[in-house]
Design a protein around this ligand. Structure first.
Ligand code: ZN
Length: 104
């Protein structure tokens, strides 16, 4: 539940990145992190006060449902990441939605 692992493409260089949001942390990396020694780029959480639209509704709903862990993960999903290859920053949610909707 609320464990997120998404495969996205860097909007600049097109490299495949894994976005990991869950018990192992909040980061992106360019290779299969399960293999171990890969470069990780930490995600930057969104400011709850600056959420709007769908992000705000999902975050409010998670808190209303007594799901603070889910609410925190949503802040990372709607936060910022950067490519481990070229350093380009991008919105995590924009890239995830460009590929597939999250399952939670
Ligand atoms: Zn890149």
């Amino acid at each position: 539940m609320a464990q997120g692992e998404y495969e996205v493409e860097c909007p600049y260089c097109g490299v495949n990145l894994f976005i990991v949001i869950g018990e192992e942390g909040f980061f992106s990396c360019s290779d299969d992190y399960a293999l171990g020694d890969v470069e990780k780029s930490l995600l930057r959480a969104a400011d709850p006060a600056e959420l709007e639209g769908l992000a705000e509704r999902l975050h409010d709903q998670a808190l209303a449902d007594g799901q603070p862990v889910v609410a925190e993960r949503l802040l990372y999903l709607f936060g910022q990441s950067s490519c481990t290859d070229c350093g380009t920053g991008f919105s995590v949610a924009d890239r995830v939605i460009a590929n597939a909707m999250p399952t939670w």
